[in-house]
Ligand binder design. Structure first.
Ligand code: FE
Length: 137
């Protein structure tokens, strides 16, 4: 797991474009949203850790992943306090909470308060394109 006090990663768009696929770049650096049910991790049920596709920081655990029916990977908590940053997002005529990687500033998705009642009640709605999955073991 990446230390939450690790240094910030700052790169130019040109540098990110070199490193990321066009889809990964659009989502993480331009706040795009992948079409529902198209991402590679929507139905992934394996045990492991979901890391930032841009900088590798650990973001979510399979232990908090649940089937939301939304078409995007959904988690009821972040893996560790400080790894994920929340920002107010008032674009597209909505008031939403944006979910961002604290280390590299990549856009990950949005946070909603309609998660499973028996948990935190939160739903981190995350683009597969912003994640890489690291299988346990
Ligand atoms: Fe990152």
């Amino acid at each position: 797991m990446t230390d939450k006090n690790s240094e910030k990663i700052v790169k130019t768009d040109a540098e990110w474009r070199q490193q990321l696929t066009p889809m990964q770049f659009a989502v993480t650096r331009q706040q795009a949203t992948e079409r529902p049910f198209t991402g590679e991790y929507v139905h992934n049920k394996a045990d492991g850790t979901y890391n930032c596709v841009a900088c590798g920081q650990a973001l979510f655990s399979s232990e908090t992943k649940f089937e939301s029916g939304s078409g995007w990977p959904s988690f009821w908590d972040m893996i560790q306090e400080g790894n994920v940053e929340l920002r107010e997002d008032n674009t597209h005529g909505m008031r939403r909470v944006e979910v961002v990687c604290s280390r590299c500033g990549s856009h990950l998705g949005h946070l909603f308060d309609d998660g499973p009642e028996e948990t935190t009640g939160q739903r981190y709605c995350i683009n597969s394109a912003a994640l890489t999955f690291e299988k346990k073991g």
